[in-house]
Design a protein around this ligand. Structure first.
Ligand code: ADP
Length: 426
């Protein structure tokens, strides 16, 4: 089902991309054709101008007023030399528009016909006319002796234009095919992060329901066995209720963590609560005092080293409390009795470094890259009994990222772990 949705989305993306690129391609091809055609016509026009000027004498160019198409010098009668020119036709009218003479290029094997001369006074300037199977470009100028009209065939220009058009007709569909393929590949790449985040979400939901199902089952079986047992001794009922309370507590902690993560995801996307000035020294010493009894119960050597200065983080105090609680509680939890847990706070120019070191069970290298994933646990049985939710480090990472910081871990099994947090300070 979901694969179908992804495939459809990819198809749609491809189609849109190919469509937009196709329109751009067609538009560009049109412009290119127009430029080629205009260039050809301009070249022919230039030849016509040069020819008219040549007829009027060497320095004729200066005698042609290009705006009014008027030749200030009389033009010679070119009837004799006409065959030697490249002209397709030449005509001479008097000022009333009466055709005085006309010449056409005639070759023996050629049955083409020049366009027929129009009746009446011809319009001055350039023009394109159709004649037989060919197109012609003509130039009409006013001379002191009347009106001179000469024309050149556009055959060559049209051949070039047709070649370019043919080239485009072949390359444009080919290019469109390549674009379609590229679009398909690009759309595939664009889908990768979407698919990944979808799969992560699905995994998270599955993990969360699994995590919640286990304590519910525990509570249910414990309660059921209590109901079914006819006579419970006070010790037995005490044990059963304790088990139920502990499991319910774990469930409570888990739902709290889940809720927190869900809210953090949403906060990231929609609202940005106001930042506060948070004193790391205050947070760490508060937590140190709060957790000291737990450490003492395990006979741990628990120390906290704070600097003279007080590094201030622009952020959210409740989140920072949660971040360091998670790290410190883990350190205490995963260290055997009589081990060591140390907290260090140091400050550089623009950041604070917080280290939580323990001499605990450690984590082997293969688990380190996945440690901050939601619900990831190194040793399922051990941590279940330690009462963890598997979300503590995921939450810690999320908080550090919200504060534009960085969290890293170094660990050696049976030697200990060090979690290091870097936070930018004001
Ligand atoms: P949990 O609630 O299970 O402690 P966390 O996200 O806090 O979940 O930690 C994930 C896992 O990382 C833990 O299950 C534990 O295996 C491992 N871990 C975390 N902190 C330490 C530590 N200080 N020493 C050894 N292992 C640790």
């Amino acid at each position: 089902m979901i694969n179908k949705v992804f495939a459809q989305t990819r198809g749609k993306l491809t189609l849109w991309y190919a469509l937009v690129m196709g329109v751009i391609l067609l538009f560009a091809s049109g412009i290119f054709l127009k430029v080629v055609q205009d260039g050809q016509i301009q070249a022919v026009d230039h030849s016509l101008q040069t020819l008219v000027s040549t007829f009027a004498g060497q320095e004729g160019v200066e005698h042609l007023d290009e705006r009014n198409f008027t030749l200030s010098k009389p033009h010679p009668d070119i009837r004799e030399d006409f065959q030697q020119t490249s002209l397709a036709f030449a005509r001479h009218y008097d000022n009333q528009g009466k055709l005085l003479w006309e010449r056409e290029q005639k070759e023996e094997d050629d049955n083409k016909e020049a366009p027929v001369a129009v009746q009446g006074k011809p319009k001055l300037g350039f023009g394109t006319i159709e004649g037989g199977e060919e197109r012609y470009r003509q130039l009409t100028v006013q001379t002191p002796e009347g009106i001179l009209q000469i024309g050149l065939s556009l055959e060559e220009a049209d051949v070039v234009f047709k070649k370019v058009l043919l080239g485009l007709l072949v390359t444009v569909p080919l290019l469109q095919g390549v674009i379609g393929l590229a679009a398909w590949l690009l759309a595939g790449r664009a889908m990768v992060p979407i698919r990944q985040s979808y799969e992560r979400l699905q995994q998270f939901t599955a993990d969360a329901s699994h995590e919640l199902r286990t304590p519910v089952a525990t509570i249910l079986t414990t309660a059921q066995s209590a109901v079914q047992t006819e006579q419970l001794t006070p010790q037995q009922s005490q044990a059963k209720f304790t088990a139920i309370v502990e499991t319910a507590q774990r469930m409570g902690a888990l739902t709290n963590d889940l809720l927190w993560l869900a809210r953090a995801d949403r906060l990231d996307a929609v609202e940005q609560p106001k930042l506060e000035r948070c004193s790391l020294k205050t947070i760490l010493s508060d937590l140190y005092e709060e957790l000291a009894p737990q450490a003492e119960a395990k006979k741990l050597k628990f120390t906290c080293q704070l600097p003279e200065t007080d590094p201030i983080v622009q952020g959210y105090e409740d989140q920072l409390y949660r971040l360091f609680t998670n790290l410190m509680v883990n350190a205490i939890k995963y260290t055997q009795p009589e081990g060591k847990v140390e907290i260090h706070l140091t400050q550089t120019i623009n950041q604070a470094e917080i280290k939580v070191c323990d001499s605990g069970v450690g984590i082997s290298a293969q688990h380190l890259p996945l440690l901050f994933e939601r619900f990831y646990r190194v040793d399922e049985s051990r941590t279940q009994s330690a009462g963890g939710t598997g979300l503590g480090l995921a939450i810690a990472k999320q908080i550090v990222e919200t504060h534009q910081g960085e969290i890293t871990v170094r660990s050696t099994p049976q030697v200990g772990s060090t979690f290091t947090v870097h936070l930018p300070i004001v």
